[in-house]
Design a protein around this ligand. Structure first.
Ligand code: XUL
Ligand code: CO
Length: 437
């Protein structure tokens, strides 16, 4: 393979944990089997187009710092082709099988939605060819219904039907492009679906509109023969003050209320979990409890500030706890691990993009290995089972099965006498975690 954009970077190989090469994997060994499955298949690592190809380092306080060579062409189609070339080079060097995209990451928006539709069709056919040449796949596609100022009052939940219908049209175009590219899943992240002030908001009506729209999307996907999954990606706030898809529990309640529970799963993002005052593993577990653990957007936040910093994962403890939930619940349903993360604005060498993704992949691989160790070589599973043993037989089991009335429970409970303390052993669990890698 001849590289044009990353001339000095060779294919990233697994070199093992003794390696001091920053451009090698130390833990992510794609073909290594972990609990009966290769790491490659457990993770389905994906590059996030918007960060790794489109981000330019600009922030509310400063201009562009990263002038990526593939984004310099002024003609929109040529620029989009250059960006696709860079994306496929990057993915092949990393050895990643997947990418995720928003419609307008692939190509700049036109001056009208009809013009954008034409552009998206052009770049989709170019990317499709590149997929055929390389075997690289789409983990999920989505529509960016939050950047364009037309969505400042919301997209599908906009008080004005003209905007809601425009959003619906844009989502149809993005969904069609995703299907054309063989996307295995389709994501809904409602950046503007929420409110800034309840004073000017009819929340009930807006949520009803969202519920109706998702039901029509289910119909449309069925008609089109879409075999993948729909995911909702919870986030509590930012850019709106209050987003309707606040966290896993809120989204699951919404899906149940609008009869969508059999058609959607969740895409859990680490930093969104922490912004909702939850841990990553909590959000995964809540989704898994509902049979809806679909996919992961991998990143991390910052302990000292409260916004979505989208940094690459290096938090090993957090990742091990997440991988415990992941393995115990049988992995992800249809999804994978998408690095929804960006290099810092002062990380301006092209190699920084690779180092960041390598570290992210190694953190997940290391977390998976540690979780496997905990589940197979320690007392962890037995300890947890023991803790609930009183429900495994007798009255506890009868209660669990719903066979005891309140009168029955009263009779049993009043006669319990002095109940001795049972230690929760948290520190013992923590020491197992701390010694697992
Ligand atoms: C925003 C975010 C999005 C979604 C896709 O915080 O995570 O990039 O993943 O729209
Ligand atoms: Co995300």
């Amino acid at each position: 393979m001849e590289n044009n954009f990353f001339k000095n970077i060779q294919k990233i190989k697994f070199e093992g944990k003794e390696s001091d090469n920053p451009l090698a994997y130390r833990y992510y060994n794609p073909d290594q089997q972990v609990m009966g499955k290769s790491m490659r298949d457990h993770f389905k690592f994906a590059m996030a187009y918007w960060h790794s190809m489109n981000d330019n380092g600009a922030d509310p306080f400063g201009r562009i710092t990263n002038h990526y060579p593939w984004n310099q062409e002024t003609d929109a189609l040529q620029q989009a082709k250059n960006r696709a070339d860079a994306a496929f080079e990057f993915l092949q060097i990393m050895g990643f099988d997947y990418f995720c995209f928003h419609d307008i990451d692939l190509i700049a928006e036109g001056s009208s939605l009809a013009e954008t539709e034409k552009r998206v069709a052009q770049i989709t056919s170019y990317i499709k060819e590149k997929q055929q040449q390389t075997g690289i796949k789409v983990l999920w596609g989505t529509a960016n219904c939050f950047s364009n100022p037309v969505y400042m009052n919301g997209a599908i939940t906009n008080p004005d039907f003209r905007v809601a219908s425009r959003a619906a049209a844009q989502i149809k175009i993005a969904f069609d492009a995703s299907m054309e590219l063989g996307a295995e899943n389709y994501v809904f992240w409602g950046g503007r679906e929420g409110y800034l002030s309840l004073l000017n908001t009819d929340m009930k009506r807006e949520l009803d509109h969202l519920g109706v729209f998702f039901n029509r999307m289910v119909d449309y996907a069925k008609e089109q023969g879409f075999k993948g999954n729909f995911f909702i990606e919870p986030k509590p706030a930012e850019p709106t003050k209050h987003q309707y898809d606040f966290d896993s529990a809120t989204v699951i309640g919404f899906l149940n209320q609008y009869g969508l529970q059999d058609h959607f799963k969740l895409n859990i993002e680490v930093n969104h979990a922490t912004l909702a005052q939850h841990t990553f593993e909590h959000e995964l577990q809540v989704a898994a409890n509902a049979g809806m653990l679909g996919s992961i957007d991998a990143n991390r936040g910052d302990n000292q500030n409260g916004w979505d910093t989208d940094q690459f994962s290096i938090n090993l403890y957090e990742t091990i706890e997440a991988m415990l939930v992941f393995l115990k619940s049988g992995g992800l349903q249809g999804g994978g691990i998408n690095f929804d993360a960006k290099v810092r604005r002062n990380s301006t060498d092209l190699e920084d993009l690779f180092i960041a993704h390598i570290q992210g992949a190694d953190t997940f691989a290391r977390g998976l290995l540690a979780a496997e160790h905990i589940l197979t070589n320690t007392a962890y599973t037995d300890m947890l089972q023991q803790r609930y043993q009183s429900y495994d037989g007798g009255q506890g089991k009868a209660f669990e099965k719903g066979e005891l009335s309140i009168a029955d429970l009263y009779k049993i409970g009043i006669n319990q006498g002095d109940i001795p303390h049972t230690s929760g052993k948290q520190e013992l669990y923590e020491s197992i975690l701390a010694n697992s890698f």
